[in-house]
Design a protein around this ligand. Sequence first.
Ligand code: ZN
Length: 244
Amino acid sequence: MYAVISDIHGNLEALEAVLRDVPDGVERVYCLGDVIGYGANPNECCDIVRESEMPLITGNHDLAVTDLSTDLAWFNPVAATAVEWTREQLSEENAAFLLSRPRMMQTNGALFVHGSIRDPDEYIINTSAARDNLALLKSEYPNVTVCFFGHTHVKTVAPSPNGPVTEDHTLDLSEDGPYLVNPGSVGQPRDGDTFASYVLAEHPEESGARILYRFVEYDVEQAQAKIRKAGLPGMLADRLALGR
Ligand code: ZN
């Protein structure tokens, strides 16, 4: 069994709570990128990911902060301000670490991407994007049962085998697949939930894989207070209490 986390975004309180929640017996924690950007503890989050040797791919925020040639005009003003603040904070060691990660990983039966299979910056946020990516998965990666993706900060399973994603919801992926699975965001959920989320995956290399969603409460107020104290845009603190 392994765990998949995504979109930490410098939220140390959420990351620590999630890692405390990971059960014994989990062999590995995969991270789908965006370790930094938005939150007040980019170095602390990066240290944890790096020192625990989590397999990690880079997200668009990781790249925007560490690749100084990134055109910030693509980011909304609040996100761009956060990128610039994070550039000033991030240690050289952590910047080099993030910049050297791949944009995609593959294991026996599973694929890990930040945004989508065809574009790490694509948002799989509607059924047509999901359909296109499932078709691509079938043709380009015939041995892959599950593709884990992040970037939208919205818990998603497509096609949904047995109902919506709810707490401790176990999805039995009984059909042959493939499936797209978004564990939701650790540090900045945008689906109306204020808790952190991640998934546990049981034998995803075989058909009959199981995906178990875990919802984790953390100290939202402390994460908010740090964002305000750092002088980051207040909206980044406000949204944590809204899940938007
Ligand atoms: Zn993100």
